[in-house]
Design a protein around this ligand. Structure first.
Ligand code: FNR
Length: 348
């Protein structure tokens, strides 16, 4: 592995440290693994049309997401079971993200209480699944507001959980009892109470906003018409995502979906983000040029957490940001706000 780019080597290094079941759980996609397999290559297939003779002596990387300042447009996606990567789990992730000046998506299935995450000082958004018993969701939202969440991310690509065909060792034997439900309020809940609601419509966006007083971001959009409907219903942000290939297998790569969604949101105030397969500064650049305000990384943050805990997470974000800076110089655009789709060559 000597001489390998650190980010490319991360998964292999993490695999050496993690139990096989945990490594497989993090890396897996749903069903036949088509979407998870295509995600990175879809970003790498974009070609740039760089500008030359531009003053790129000073590059501005800072931006804001829903008004929160961040040091760079590279943010961390919500994911579960982080205590399997590092004993401090979400706390180490939060500290690492904070030290990089970034923003953290926190899974509603996080293994750490929201209040403790808020106490790290990291700016964070709560990702929520709405469950059948609305009072459970309401109490979780209240806890997130009390813990200082700055937005609510509603994941909409999971009316049911994607089917996994991986027959390797099972991750659940590594999960401490109660860990997945640590943020679920005490109560005599049945499994059905906790099942994901599969009857949601865009009205739920207004309900979430009213309940929390926070901006609502909808995660898991792959079509322009859906994006428009969701924006019209009051969403403050949309994340183009196919859940890292863990939900509908064969759903299109986010790199392919992004331009259509950007076009649908043109002229609205809904902020646009994207995740899935983003592994390089060049991928971030393509995403921003095609209309994203920021990107989220999922698995690389888990690998970095497993390899070097809090410091690993910070390094990952800093490395991607440095690569983005370098790429902005080469493409001849010193300000993120000047990135435009004409920097990307039309597909032939
Ligand atoms: C996820 N993701 C996810 N998304 C979500 O909305 N709620 C969740 O609880 C989780 N949990 C989760 C666990 C693991 C192990 C992974 C790998 C992913 C999806 C995540 O937020 C994001 O959409 C993808 O991970 C982005 O793709 P990459 O960067 O992993 O390719």
């Amino acid at each position: 592995m000597d001489g390998m780019r650190w980010i490319d080597a991360l998964e292999g290094k993490a695999a050496e440290k993690l139990p096989e079941a945990v490594h497989r759980y993090y890396r897996q996609g749903s069903a036949g693994g088509i979407s998870v397999g295509e995600a990175v290559a879809a970003w790498s297939s974009y070609r740039f049309r760089p500008r030359v003779l531009q003053d790129v002596s000073s590059i501005e990387l800072g931006t804001t997401v829903l008004g929160t300042p961040v040091a760079s447009p590279v943010l961390v996606a919500p994911s579960t079971l982080q205590r399997l990567a590092d004993p401090d789990g979400e706390i180490a992730m939060a500290n690492g993200v904070r030290d990089a000046g970034s923003l953290l998506g926190v899974s509603s299935n996080a293994g750490t209480r929201f209040a403790e995450l808020g106490a790290t000082g990291v700016p964070w958004w709560l990702q929520i699944y709405i469950v059948r018993n609305r009072s459970i969701t309401e109490q979780m939202l209240d806890a997130a507001v009390a813990g200082g969440a700055k937005a609510i991310v509603l994941t909409v690509d999971t009316p049911v959980v994607g089917r996994k065909e991986d027959d390797g060792p099972v991750v659940w034997s590594y999960v401490q009892p109660g860990q997945l439900r640590i943020n679920v309020p005490d109560g005599d809940w049945t499994d059905e109470d906790l099942d994901k609601a599969d009857d949601l419509t865009p009205d739920v966006i207004g309900w979430l906003a009213e309940r929390t007083g926070l901006p609502i971001v909808v995660k898991g959009v792959l079509r322009g018409d859906d994006a428009k409907r969701i924006s019209d219903a009051g969403a403050a942000g949309i994340i183009v995502s196919n859940h890292g290939g863990r939900q509908l297998d064969g759903s299109i790569p986010t790199a392919q979906a992004l331009p259509e969604v950007a076009e649908a949101l043109a002229g609205t105030s809904t902020e646009l983000y994207v995740d899935g397969g983003i592994r390089r500064g060049e991928h971030v650049l393509a995403a921003l040029a095609l209309g994203a305000r920021a990107v989220f990384v999922g698995r690389p943050a888990l690998w970095a957490l497993a390899v070097d805990g809090q410091a690993g997470v910070t390094r990952l974000l800093n490395d991607l940001t440095e690569e983005l800076e370098h790429t902005l110089q080469l493409v001849g655009v010193p300000r993120l706000t000047d990135l435009t789709p004409d920097l990307i060559a039309p597909r032939t």
